[in-house]
Design a protein around this ligand. Sequence first.
Ligand SMILES: Cc1cc2nc3c(=O)[nH]c(=O)nc-3n(C[C@H](O)[C@H](O)[C@H](O)COP(=O)(O)OP(=O)(O)OC[C@H]3O[C@@H](n4cnc5c(N)ncnc54)[C@H](O)[C@@H]3O)c2cc1C
Length: 274
Amino acid sequence: MIPVSFDYVEATSVEHALALFAEHDDAKFLAGGHSLVPMMKLRLVSSAVLIDIARIAELSYIEDRGDHVAVGALTRHREVEGSALLAEHLGLLAHVAGHVGDPQVRNRGTLGGSLVHGDPAADLPAAALALGASMVITGAAGTRVVPAAEFFVNFLETAVGDGELLTEVRFPKRTGDGWAYQKFNRRAMDYAIVAVAVQLGQNPGIALVNMGSTPHLATAASAALAAGSPTSVIADAVVEGTEAWNDANATREYREHLARVLTVRALAQAGYTS
Ligand SMILES: Cc1cc2nc3c(=O)[nH]c(=O)nc-3n(C[C@H](O)[C@H](O)[C@H](O)COP(=O)(O)OP(=O)(O)OC[C@H]3O[C@@H](n4cnc5c(N)ncnc54)[C@H](O)[C@@H]3O)c2cc1C
């Protein structure tokens, strides 16, 4: 379908983007456009003005900051997937980025866009949750930092308010710790029917894809993992607090079964032996 007509303006810096937003009624930021434009074409979303932030160079980087790696919000999935720095210190993140859609999607889509879109079926939000990331949000009132566990507040709704930008995502380094991502889908480029991200080490995390209305941090299972519980106990705990829905791909019961099975596989793949 064809979207409702809109005006287009291009921002050249964070300040410029915020100023453009303040100038226009009913504006939205456009990054890679790979979630926003399909939603506009389906007429699920409309906006009088799109503020294109994709070419703000200051928001595209992957930087070693000692105890963490900072990734600019406009860094493309392809750059995350191919980063040697991330492969060394945050293998889960680089690997998960390689599971987003197909090469075309990964060449355009951005880490920040995927996180702000907040789709419970998306891959990268689960990685951010399992890794205990922090989101840096910038608006007219200044900058604030929100933990990933508090970032996804409702269906397609995050802590990023109207007129605010997600500018950076900080990932604590996980050098040498085991991790795994188990994505169950029909075809390689599809969204997950269910997926499980596991990060071992200090502050271990387990996060789920498509098990409710938001990307889901499995807190009970993560606590069981931190306590060194047997794999079967962790797998049973993983569905606690989930609200998976029934759709054409799977029933709620089937999704819960998948979450348990994929958790067992992910823990084994990550090298968890309890
Ligand atoms: C064919 C296809 C297959 C796909 N498959 C998958 C898949 O398997 N797994 C998966 O996880 N995803 C998949 N995606 C989605 C893809 O990952 C998108 O790139 C991503 O969800 C959105 O990123 P974007 O940069 O394109 O954001 P956009 O579409 O430009 O924006 C998405 C939303 O975030 C807002 N926004 C974007 N950046 C910022 C920012 N920095 N600050 C504040 N607001 C911002 C926008 O206003 C908009 O509301 C697929 C997409 C397509 C088209």
